[in-house]
Design a protein around this ligand. Structure first.
Ligand SMILES: NC(=O)c1ccc[n+]([C@@H]2O[C@H](COP(=O)([O-])OP(=O)(O)OC[C@H]3O[C@@H](n4cnc5c(N)ncnc54)[C@H](OP(=O)(O)O)[C@@H]3O)[C@@H](O)[C@H]2O)c1
Length: 325
């Protein structure tokens, strides 16, 4: 088969489209013919290497995988050949695309128990947007906290995969949403997506602007997966007893903090990691019912995986990039 292979950890040129041996299923596994694989910032981190995330190279990343069942293991009776499935990439064995070979390939092996049927009429590209980005946003806003109607939720990095998912989910929960993004063009798209207010972080101090927008009371919830120099301003943006949700640190995982805001305002810092099969099933239902519309920036052939990752690195994406083998 063909795959986009990380030959060694580092820059984009280490991602090479080439031949790779076909995977075979173990007794409880399936092999899926990949129809669509969604890119995530995680794929950048896996390629570049992160402290605590050693990857044995060569390796195939890609965790958001939709396709058809191509082979089944001897003990598998939960799915049939030809079934249309979306994979929950995270299993007891590890994570597809992070510790186990992922979906930036024509074929991928997965435990059969992690195959979720795709509802009729819902296409592979849309399904492949869901597990990592939408699953994480779903867990943050529905499991790690409860968003009350009319609460104000501020989302940083709002134009990306997790960001656009958070905007849609928070709006559906009845929140007033402030979207923070780095360009005017992405800001206009976020307004069209339903954001009530947009702050251009390349021109404005988002904390000061959000404070004003909140009538100088502070916002109820900040979603921050950026870290770095956005961390302390996020604390300053919150009202007394506000909640800060964090699931990542695109701009740096060890920022300085300011403890005074945490104790004086009695803030809650809520970490969130990953998603559940139940959450992915609920998201498929939400999409099939038209309540959530995953945002696809563009669909690229798998052979152009390197270009897709460059777009993410350059912050030139609105929503998701999908790769098709
Ligand atoms: N723990 C988990 O389970 C989990 C799951 C999914 C994702 N994550 C993490 O969440 C983060 C976002 O993931 P994603 O796949 O949504 O990424 P993405 O699609 O690349 O979006 C990230 C957004 O953040 C902003 N951004 C990008 N680079 C930045 C930088 N250096 N400094 C400040 N802002 C930057 C950009 O938005 P603007 O240009 O609009 O500002 C970009 O659109 C990543 O750190 C990822 O690892 C964690």
């Amino acid at each position: 088969m063909k795959a986009a292979v990380i030959e060694k950890q580092g820059a984009l040129e280490n991602l090479v489209y080439r031949d790779w041996p076909d995977p075979e299923p173990g007794p409880d596994d399936i092999v899926v013919r990949v129809a669509a694989c969604g890119l995530n910032h995680l794929d950048i981190f896996v390629r570049r290497g992160m402290p605590g995330l050693p990857v044995s190279v060569p390796f195939i990343s890609g965790g958001d995988i939709a396709g058809t069942v191509h082979k089944v293991g001897d003990r598998v009776d939960s799915v049939q050949l030809g079934d249309r499935v979306l994979l929950n990439p995270s299993s007891e064995e590890g994570m597809l695309g992070e510790t186990l070979p992922g979906g930036m390939a024509e074929l991928v092996r997965s435990p059969a128990s992690h195959a979720i049927p795709i509802p009729p009429g819902l296409d592979f590209d849309i399904a492949a947007c869901l597990p990592v980005a939408y699953g994480t946003a779903w867990q943050m806003l529905r499991e790690r906290t409860t968003i009350e109607k009319d609460e104000t939720v501020l989302v940083l990095g709002a134009s990306g995969g997790v960001g656009t998912a958070c905007i849609q989910i928070a709006k559906n929960l009845g929140a007033r949403v402030i979207a923070c993004t780095s360009s005017e063009e992405k800001g206009r798209k976020l307004e069209a997506l339903g954001a009530d207010d947009v702050i251009n972080t390349s021109q404005t101090d988002f904390s000061r602007e959000a404070w004003t927008l909140s009538g100088k009371k502070g916002v109820d919830v900040v979603v921050n997966f950026t870290g770095g120099d956005t961390w302390v301003p996020s604390l300053k943006t919150l009202r007394k007893r506000g909640r800060l949700l964090t699931c990542g640190a695109t701009a740096g995982f060890d920022p300085p903090t300011d403890l005074r805001y945490i104790w004086v305002r009695e803030l809650s810092i809520l970490g969130s990691d990953g998603w559940t099969t139940a959450g992915i099933r609920e998201l498929l239902d939400e999409v099939a019912a038209g309540r959530i519309t995953p945002i696809i920036d563009r669909v690229l052939p798998l052979a152009e995986a390197r270009f897709g990752e460059k777009l993410l690195e350059d912050r030139a994406v609105f929503g998701k990039v999908i790769l098709r083998p």
